[in-house]
Structure formats: C-alpha cells, structure tokens
Design a protein around this ligand. Sequence first.
Ligand SMILES: Nc1ncnc2c1ncn2[C@@H]1O[C@H](COP(=O)(O)OP(=O)(O)OP(=O)(O)O)[C@@H](O)[C@H]1O
Length: 233
Amino acid sequence: MTTEIAITAEHLTKRYDNQRALQDFSIQLPANRVIGVLGANGAGKSTLFRMITGMVQPDQGRIDIFGKKPGWETNALISYLPDRARWYKFHTVQQALEWGDGLLPGFDKKRAESLLEFMKLDPTMGVEGMSRGQEARLMLTLCMCRDVPMLILDEPFAGIDLISRERIIGALIDNLSERQQTVLVSTHEIQEAESLFDYAVFMDEGQALLHGDVEMLRAERGSMESIYRHLYQ
Ligand SMILES: Nc1ncnc2c1ncn2[C@@H]1O[C@H](COP(=O)(O)OP(=O)(O)OP(=O)(O)O)[C@@H](O)[C@H]1O
C-alpha cells in the first residue's frame, strides 16, 4: 500500500536576523492523519505552519502541499488556526461566523452553528470582549466546521480550561474520524492531546528530531509525553 503524501519539505531554512526559526528542515508527512507537531517554545512550529500557508517564504529549500507550492490554490484547501487571533473589532460572534461563511472555502454554516453551541459561545457577544478561552473556542469553531482536506491548528487549546479542553479534544476526535482530513496540531498539552494524534513530529531548534507513526513510536519508546521528556530534558 502506498501512503499519500500531504507535505514534502526539503532543506527548509528560515532566519529572522540572527534568530534561527527553521534549519535545514526536511520531512514528508502522510495525508489523512492527525499529526502532532511538538516541541519547546521557539522550536519552529508556527514558522513551519506559516510556511505551509504561504505567509512566510523560506530563505532556502522548498515545500509542497499536495504536490503544489503554497499559494492561493493550496490555501483554498487549508483551514488554518493561527497562533494569534485576528478579528474585526466591531463583530459579534455571529457576525464573525457570517464573515467566515461568506469568505472561507468549505465553510459549513450548519456545522459552525452547532459547534458554537457545543463551545457554549453566545452568538450576540462582541468579539472584542471575549476572554482568551472564548477566543480559542471561536477560532476552533471557524476552523473545525470547514470541509477542506487540511486543517492546521496552531496551539488550539491555549487558554481553554482543563475540563472544556478534554471535552473539545473528545469532540475533535469524533469530528475527525468522520472525515478524510490531514490535520496538523501543535500543542503543549501533550498528555491530554495524546489520544488525538496518530502521527507525531518532535521539533527542536528548527529541525525534526524524530517523527513517525504514534503506534510505532509508543511500542518502541513509550507515551508521547515520555518521549518528549526524554528528548528535551
Ligand atoms: N516574525 C518574527 N520575527 C523575528 N523572529 C521570529 C519571528 N517569527 C519567529 N521568530 C523566531 O523564530 C524562532 C521560532 O519561532 P516559532 O514561533 O516558529 O516557534 P514555535 O515552536 O511556534 O514556538 P512556541 O511554542 O513558543 O509558539 C523563535 O526563536 C522566534 O523568536
């Protein structure tokens, strides 16, 4: 059986002044898997996601998304939850949802509305008054409702309380099992999110230290959390 490849990165390098973000980063990531992208602060996870969405250009190397260079064509296939939220300040939650419906490819409004309910978000609330956790819930709603081949979630659970996080991760698992999607998730909540991943990439200083099938990694080295501790301590 051949594995379909979602992302091919070859020798990607990106520096900001003297700061290394990615350093000769090479990897092939399989399609239709839930891929945990893990690593300490500054490891290069967000930079990789920004490169996949064409927001950042590599200094060297190349990257392909489903065999194409990042651009408007590949971006139409990607639902991206960035590490920082950006809203129209005057929008309510409902207006943010209408905005997504009008603009974002694959937006499923019915699904968005039921997710909004699940996330316990009041549609009449102004986005500017949202707490960090509420903001994270709205971003997840707008991303998860889209029927597109790739989901990129950059620290989607940051700011969400423990009990809600567990509930949301459970819903994500159910949601994803119904669809054929390639999902990349970066998170520092490794223990809680562990059940979500079936593939993992451990990044350090702009490189992939280790990557592979979670089942195989578990059999060889133990839980994702213990691998993480072992790699970074
Ligand atoms: N726009 C930028 N300008 C300057 N330096 C940047 C910029 N973006 C990223 N960097 C630097 O590149 C490195 C990688 O950052 P990146 O945000 O990709 O890491 P990360 O793994 O997502 O970290 P975190 O877990 O803290 O979100 C860091 O040292 C960071 O300071």
